[in-house]
Design a binder for this molecule. Structure first.
Ligand code: NDP
Length: 294
């Protein structure tokens, strides 16, 4: 039997816990955590993400601030807004929705965020802290994967983990997090030799490639825990589309010990972790011990 890891249910628990912490922050400290989301342009997928983030921020009792800028916004205009948000005390977290339009270079924009307001954890300073074991902001998707793994497996010490994908937003921070959990970590990518064999050695397999159903059932070690980060839209019969992950979910049944579905696995955890990080940012900025909130 393969266990279905219910990311949707776990994300609801994270949001509930965040809402409880926010209530205490308000009542005991007079603080309402604020999350500012900056969207440049009208990319349809980004608009949906931003809308969902705003709605969930408000639902947990936090302040949601949206800045929607025109597609022809200049780099200096965007940097000026970041500057304002950095010094605005009602804003504890800032997220710049990616991708940005072509005239804007994302790297200096992300690195202009105040380190302790970078709730996406993409600032070079937070990347450095993650890899050196310091206290920084952890990128939301890998953090969500880690929460699900801990919930499923408990202590991860000594597990062999294979991460498929080496992007800065998923693969690399995931590797740093699992190293921190005392896993033995391999990162695989498009140039990895003998990929199915490498996958079949892993107790924990994280797929973050963006290739629909690439990982087959017979690539998976029997009993392994599989976390499928991929979100791919494929055509069904009749021209309709549906979402699938990077793993052949049906093929993994009866082989994997547990697996996250797509949709309903890692996806819902990403926004939940963004809210979790915003509370973390509010606590750090105000010298509050987060543990005292629960
Ligand atoms: P990127 O495109 O930035 O990175 C993909 C990685 O996969 C690269 O390292 C690439 O290798 C590797 N890769 C591509 N093709 C192959 C292959 N045939 N064999 C082995 N490795 C391969 O993607 P992201 O990390 O941004 O996203 C990955 C997936 O996760 C996407 O489907 C995305 O939609 C999803 N995602 C989901 C999120 C969520 O909230 N659930 C959040 C973020 C992403 P190389 O470096 O050699 O090119």
């Amino acid at each position: 039997m393969t266990t279905r890891i219910d990311g949707k249910a776990y994300a609801a628990k994270v949001r509930e816990s965040v809402a409880g912490e926010v209530a205490v922050l308000k009542e005991r400290h007079g603080i309402t955590p604020g999350l500012a989301v900056v969207l440049v342009g009208e990319d349809p997928a980004s608009q949906v993400y931003v809308r969902n983030k705003g709605a969930q921020t408000t639902e947990t009792g936090m302040l949601s601030i949206e800045h929607k800028l025109p597609v022809d916004t200049t780099q200096s205009d965007l940097l000026a807004l970041i500057d304002d948000l950095n010094s605005d005390s009602s804003v504890n977290g800032i997220l710049v929705q990616l991708p940005l339009p072509a005239q804007i270079d994302a790297e200096p924009v992300i690195n202009a965020l105040r380190l302790d307001k970078d709730v996406d954890g993409f600032h070079i300073g937070n990347v450095g802290r993650l890899w050196t074991g310091g206290e920084g902001m952890v990128p939301c998707t890998p953090l969500g994967c880690l929460m699900l793994l801990r919930d499923q497996l408990g202590d991860l010490t000594g597990k062999r983990a294979l991460i498929l994908g080496r992007s800065n937003i998923v693969g690399k921070p995931m590797a740093a997090l699992l190293l921190g959990e005392n896993c033995t970590v391999t990162i695989a990518h498009s140039r990895t030799a003998d990929l199915p064999v490498r996958c079949s050695e892993a107790d924990i397999l994280i797929a973050a490639v963006g290739r629909p159903q690439m990982v087959k059932g017979d690539w998976i070690k029997p009993g392994a825990t599989v976390v499928d980060v991929g979100i791919n839209r494929i055509e069904k019969d009749g021209g309709k589309t549906r979402l699938v992950g990077d793993v052949d979910y049906d093929g993994a049944q009866g082989v994997a010990g547990a697996i996250t579905p797509v949709p309903g696995g890692v996806g819902p955890m990403t926004i939940a972790c963004l809210l979790h990080n915003t509370v973390e940012a509010a606590c750090r900025q105000n010298g509050i011990d987060r543990a005292s909130l629960s």
